[in-house]
Design a protein around this ligand. Structure first.
Ligand code: HEC
Ligand code: HEC
Length: 305
């Protein structure tokens, strides 16, 4: 079929038709193609491109020989230079870990001596920032970035403790947790008082909410209710019991809250806060390091950072 717009059917479209001529402006041979007065020059393929192709090919051959390149089923050709970036990375990581181990080993159980470790300022300058990172990675999600706590999660940066502010005791809490599956877990159970008359619970909630910073009367009916039901765990004067993790009511520190409504909730449902155990996830030395860090968070100097 004849189609005048089909380039293949235009006059001079066939390079072998003998219509090829020299372009007068550039002096190049033309392909003979003429697009409405624009002629196509028959220039050679640029040499620089050919060289670039040849050089990159040669480079790849050299790279195949020297560097890891071809997969071979389960492995790969390692190359004459034997370079392996993952091995390099692991080597670098191990040497960092070795350097850390030098000072971290001083926190192992048999050497964990809070006073002498705290007195070593050079050690503290390395150890406390490392502890702060461990804390940020593992603890801050519940206890807050600076250990400031939150509803249900105790403050670690004050001087009141559920268990103890001793680094060794804190290490036990961190290692075995509170109310966990760990055989050595700490155990803290606030029983539910749902069996108690609601009016008595209200009286107690009022009484407890007034305790911080105020002198309450333990001879009053509310005081008697407290002595009969609560003081076995929370202490005669409501100052708490460190052996069973029963919070003090006489200070400002709370886990859940010491306002009337929250205490009513606590009495109705009981409480059984869970602090995870870390002994499987962190090393002994890391746990002691964190314990010292947390103990120092509670001291006025703060954190040792
Ligand atoms: C999943 C949340 C969670 C994480 C993560 C967590 N904790 Fe706790 N932690 C708790 C809770 C809840 C309690 C209080 C348990 C209770 O009600 O008796 C607690 C209690 C503690 C106590 C006892 C405080 C006291 O006054 O005696 C210490 C110390 C402690 N955590 C340190 C840590 C450290 C260090 C880490 C990081 C390794 C950590 N916690 C990670 C939830 C958490
Ligand atoms: C068997 C011991 C035990 C008895 C009895 C007990 N408590 Fe508790 N109570 C605890 C423990 C342990 C906790 C901490 C629970 C936790 O860590 O999750 C607690 C927590 C609380 C809290 C939460 C404090 C906070 O900081 O948020 C309140 C309030 C409380 N008890 C009030 C009472 C009152 C009022 C009575 C008496 C009617 C009472 N408890 C009797 C052991 C006891």
């Amino acid at each position: 079929m004849s189609n005048p717009t089909d380039p293949r059917q235009m006059p001079g479209a066939d390079p072998y038709s003998g219509n090829r001529k020299i372009d007068p402006v550039t002096g190049y041979d033309t392909t003979g193609h003429d697009w409405g007065g624009i002629t196509e020059l028959n220039t050679a393929f640029p040499k620089v491109v050919i060289w670039a192709l040849v050089l990159t090919f040669l480079y790849s051959v050299v790279a195949w020989i020297l560097l890891p390149a071809w997969p071979t089923g389960r492995g790969y050709t390692r190359g004459l230079l034997g370079l392996d970036q993952s091995e390099e990375a692991i080597k670098g990581f191990n040497s960092l870990a070795d350097r850390r181990q030098d000072w971290l080993s001083r926190f192992a159980d048999d050497k964990f001596d809070v006073l002498s470790l705290s007195a070593d300022a050079t050690l503290m300058a390395t150890a406390m920032p490392a502890a702060a990172r461990l804390f940020a990675d593992n603890c801050a999600a519940c206890h807050g970035t600076n250990g400031q706590g939150g509803p249900g999660f105790p403050v670690l940066s004050d001087e009141t403790w559920l268990w103890s502010g001793d680094a060794e005791e804190i290490a036990t809490t961190i290692g075995h947790g509170i109310n966990t599956e760990d055989p050595d877990t700490r155990y803290a159970e606030m029983p539910a008082f749902d069996w108690m008359e609601r009016s008595d619970r209200l009286t107690l909630a009022e009484f407890v909410s007034e305790m911080p910073g105020r002198a309450v009367d333990f001879e009053s009916p509310a005081g008697t209710l407290f002595s009969e039901n609560c003081s076995s765990c929370h202490g005669e004067t409501g100052a708490g019991g460190l052996e069973i993790g029963a919070p003090s009511f006489t200070d400002e520190a709370v886990i859940y809250g010491q306002d009337r409504e929250t205490v009513m909730q606590t009495l109705r449902r009981g409480r059984h806060g869970v602090m995870p155990a870390w002994s499987g996830r962190l090393s002994e030395a890391e746990i002691n390091l964190l314990a010292l860090f947390v103990a120092r968070l509670g001291q006025p100097a703060g954190g040792g950072q």
